[in-house]
Design a protein around this ligand. Structure first.
Ligand code: FES
Ligand code: FES
Length: 154
């Protein structure tokens, strides 16, 4: 049976009829067409699907959407304000924190969480608290520099 689930996604109230087995990742990508959130491993190991759930970073592939009725979700699509990039998005560009870009939405959402948690005080700390986000291109130096820079500015 389908379940009625209300979510606030990037500030917009959405009412959905969901299979209780659907991951939040699949709901975002397939039901809501928010394909900025990426599917890498689909098993919690790569971080590509990271989003903010009530302000905390989670891997959406391991999160069942139906268990979070009423939750506030922020995805990469929700960070910029109109034409104005979020400071961490701007910092990723400035510090070349990406190559192919596949891991980038997850890196940025996780980075926003990392900064909000107060875990971005030094490059070592950032590396530790961002270790759930894998980058196959090895763009780590730029990723760490971007988060350190944005943490100083926010
Ligand atoms: Fe969710 Fe890899 S797709 S952690
Ligand atoms: Fe290619 Fe990270 S930029 S996987």
């Amino acid at each position: 049976a389908l379940e009625r689930v209300r979510l606030i996604v990037n500030g917009e109230a959405r009412e959905l009829e969901l299979d209780p087995r659907q991951s939040l990742l699949d709901v975002l990508r397939e039901t809501l067409d928010l394909t900025g959130t990426k599917k890498g491993c689909n098993q919690g190991a790569c971080g590509a699907c990271t989003i903010l759930l009530n302000g905390r970073r989670v891997v959406s592939c391991l999160t069942l959407a139906a268990m979070h009725d009423g939750a506030e979700i922020t995805t990469i699509e929700g960070l910029a304000k109109g034409e104005e990039l979020h400071p961490l998005q701007a910092a990723f560009i400035q510090h070349e924190g990406l190559q192919c870009g596949y891991c980038t939405p997850g890196q940025i959402m996780s980075g926003v969480g990392c900064i909000a948690e107060g875990h971005a005080g030094s490059p070592e700390e950032i590396q530790f608290w961002m270790s759930g986000n894998i980058c196959r291109c090895g763009a780590y130096p730029g990723i760490v520099a971007a988060i350190a820079d944005a943490a100083e500015r926010t």
